[in-house]
Write a protein that binds this ligand. Structure first.
Ligand code: BGC
Ligand code: CA
Length: 184
């Protein structure tokens, strides 16, 4: 009997608490609102994404991928030509012209050179951003794709390369989302 009553009191107490504060609505939005002023270093924000340009070390594709994962990110993928142009412009502005690993690769199906995927997202790599003459699978063992600035005048393009070549790399953070609610 006593236990039952106690149970009812606790229940009523909970009800009165929950009507004292109205919590509405719970909103999730992409990105980080500017007013939060959050430090994302060493990742820089370009468009709606965050990137970490590892321009001062060189390593193979696998190690580059692991290093990005270690930071909760992935090796860079390009979702659109706009994103590709954004990164090209950023690198041109910084004036640092290195070769960078991307997550585009042919590892899962090396017999079919058109079946490349972004390892970070599993999505097909369909963008035509190859440097002229690439991918050429030189020596029959170029399964990982790097971006470099070649030609005269120089411009950025993708080249298939040996996955054990040592290059710089770019990590891209998973898309941040912000959840907010109003207490009233
Ligand atoms: C690279 C190849 C590339 C070729 C272009 C070589 O140094 O290893 O991946 O296709 O240059 O000429
Ligand atoms: Ca090549």
């Amino acid at each position: 009997m006593f236990t039952q009553r106690l149970g009812i009191y606790i229940f009523l107490g909970f009800i009165s608490l929950s009507v004292a504060y109205k919590i509405t609505p719970i909103v999730t939005q992409e990105g980080i609102p500017d007013f939060l002023n959050i430090t994302t270093e060493p990742f820089v924000r370009l468009g709606n994404n965050y990137y970490y340009f590892r321009s001062n070390i060189i390593t193979n594709w696998y190690d580059a991928y692991q290093s990005c994962r270690d930071m909760g990110a992935g090796l860079i993928d390009f979702e659109s030509i706009e994103e590709w142009n954004l990164i090209n412009n950023y690198l041109n502005d910084t004036g640092i012209y290195k070769k960078y690993w991307t997550s585009s690769n042919l590892l899962a199906d090396k017999k079919n050179v058109t079946n490349r995927t972004w390892f970070s997202t599993g999505k097909p790599m369909t963008l035509d951003i190859w440097y002229p003459g690439e991918p050429n699978n030189l020596g029959g063992n170029e399964l990982c794709d790097e971006m470099g600035r070649y030609g005269t005048p120089k411009f950025w393009g993708l080249n298939d390369a040996n996955c054990y070549d040592k290059l710089c790399f770019i990590c891209k953070a998973l898309k941040p989302a912000t959840a907010s609610f109003l207490v009233w």
